[in-house]
Design a protein around this ligand. Structure first.
Ligand code: UDP
Length: 475
């Protein structure tokens, strides 16, 4: 099978010191101390991450940042990405949807799918075994590469599964997905979940570890941008009326200065949103569970209550998502829905695909659109933990989100509004109320930022991983 491969993502080291201004000296010292302790315990052993995409989605976003920090702390941390053919990713997308309690497509997860999944894994495993050392600590992310676990364990390496997805409830689809995954979860050293309720009860509870995700405040996605720069970026992308000015550049992680070159593909009727119009934003992959269509419909159906606000639904250019075979279909459905809306709604609802070719450029565009937002929504039907929610909170934005999964640990009273998932009327009412009340928005935004500062930054995340790996070294 030629359609299965393994690549290493090269990540530049980043100093944890770049977080000094945001987390303060004592939090910084704690991470540095924990890293020294882990480094001594590792005695040259490596930490190897494996997932299925270098960009796009929450897991890749976190790996970009955390691997860089861990390397900056002198720990040899690697990141491998596996790939398979289209059938493989159709199967893994089905698993993903069903872990979330939805059927996804109507396909089966039976013996034929298991055979194909394992065939891809066995080809990848040959390359992986050549790369791995028996004393590595391996962190497998999500279901796509989980089938590699038995081969990694057989090699003698400590093996941890980090599951970024999950639901609080079980139904026939979640059961089907977990039945599929269960054989690969046998006798791993640890199982990391975002929320305790996500872990299947048949896993050895003494090996289940709860670690919520984090965002990186110093990354291009989250670092501060002044209002003028936000405007220039959005005008350049085609997301805001006005002129971007002559040359628009940004500084990369490696310190070089680059021209912001690419534009967004924007679907809108008439001009982009005016700079002074309140902007409602949802940033999501084109995935049915993000319910971009529902957000659009809720906004359009209640346009009169939205004042002069505009809605921007922002997702990635679909070419960037090899591991997500349904993205194109979901985007087409969103475009079709947009075309059925009344003219006035089409003039105020903007659908944009941002280029993914250059992740730093993409991150800067997301940063700008989130900073321009008056309100950010995340009306997902299911969500392990919305990094987009944490990003919004960090940027002092009130969030209206569905009361599902890990979002419930992010948005608490005073930092945003939770509505029942799929309840578009409740979402529209909450939105109309917030749009009409700038001072409540500001107060919520302040509380949201404080919560993100306390709970969702990399130092807390690194300390929890550090503790886990220290335990594995001792075992
Ligand atoms: N994202 C992005 N470009 C896009 C859409 C999303 O960089 O066009 C990022 C988003 O900012 C966030 C991540 O992808 O950092 C999505 O993570 P989240 O946990 O919200 O959802 P997931 O995609 O993992 O389900």
């Amino acid at each position: 099978m030629g359609d299965a491969w393994l690549n290493e993502v090269v990540v530049r080291d980043r100093s944890i010191g770049s977080l000094r201004d945001t987390i303060g000296e004592s939090r910084l010292l704690r991470v540095e101390g924990a890293a020294r302790q882990l480094l001594a315990a590792l005695r040259g052993r490596r930490i190897v991450n494996i997932n299925s995409t270098p960009t796009g989605g929450g897991a890749a976003e976190m790996l970009q940042n955390l691997v860089a920090y861990v390397r900056g702390l002198q720990i040899d941390c690697r990141w491998l990405v596996i790939g398979g053919d289209a059938v493989f990713f159709t199967i893994t997308k089905r698993i993903h949807n069903r872990v979330y309690g939805f059927s996804g497509d109507s396909g089966a997860l039976g013996d034929a799918e298991r055979r194909h999944y394992e065939r891809v894994q066995s080809v990848v495993a040959e390359q992986l075994v050549a790369f791995l050392r028996p004393d590595d600590l391996v962190l497998i992310h999500d279901p796509q590469p989980l089938g590699l676990a038995p081969a990694i364990r057989d090699l003698g390496a400590r093996t941890v599964w980090r599951c970024h997805i999950g639901t609080d409830y079980r139904n026939e689809f979640t059961e089907e997905a977990w039945d599929f995954l269960r054989p690969y979860l046998d006798r791993l050293d640890a199982y990391v979940f975002t929320r305790a309720s996500f872990a299947p009860t048949w896993l050895d509870p003494s090996r289940v570890v709860i670690i919520p995700p984090s965002i990186d405040p110093s990354s291009p996605k989250n670092r501060p941008l002044d209002g003028r720069t936000v405007h220039r970026i959005l005008a350049h992308c085609g997301l805001q009326r006005g002129e971007p000015g002559p040359t628009l550049t940004f500084v990369r992680a490696d310190g070089s200065r680059t021209l912001l070159r690419r534009h967004a593909d924007v679907l809108q009727s008439g001009p982009p949103a005016p700079p002074d119009a309140p902007l409602v934003v949802q940033v999501s992959r084109w995935d049915r569970m993000k319910d971009m269509g529902g957000v659009m419909q809720a906004f359009a159906d209640n346009l009169a209550q939205m004042g002069d606000a505009h809605l921007a639904l922002i997702g990635p250019a679909i070419t960037g998502y090899a591991d997500d075979p349904t993205a194109a279909e979901v985007l087409v459905d969103s475009v079709t829905l947009w075309r059925t809306l009344p003219h006035e709604a089409r003039g105020r609802i903007h659908l944009a695909c941002l280029p993914m070719t250059d992740p730093e450029e993409n991150a800067l565009m997301i940063n700008a659109v989130q900073r321009q937002a008056a309100v950010i929504t995340q009306l997902s039907l299911a969500e392990g933990f919305g990094l987009t929610v944490a990003e919004a909170m960090w940027k002092s934005k009130p969030v209206i989100a569905s009361r599902v999964g890990g979002i419930q640990e992010q948005v608490i009273d005073g930092t945003g509004v939770l509505v029942p998932s799929g309840d578009h009327d409740a979402a529209a009412a909450a939105l109309a109320e917030l749009l009409a009340d700038p001072s409540r928005r500001a107060a919520m935004g302040r509380a949201a930022h404080e919560r993100a500062q306390t709970f969702f930054l990399p130092d807390r995340h690194l300390l929890q991983y550090g503790e886990l790996f220290l335990g594995l070294c001792d075992r």
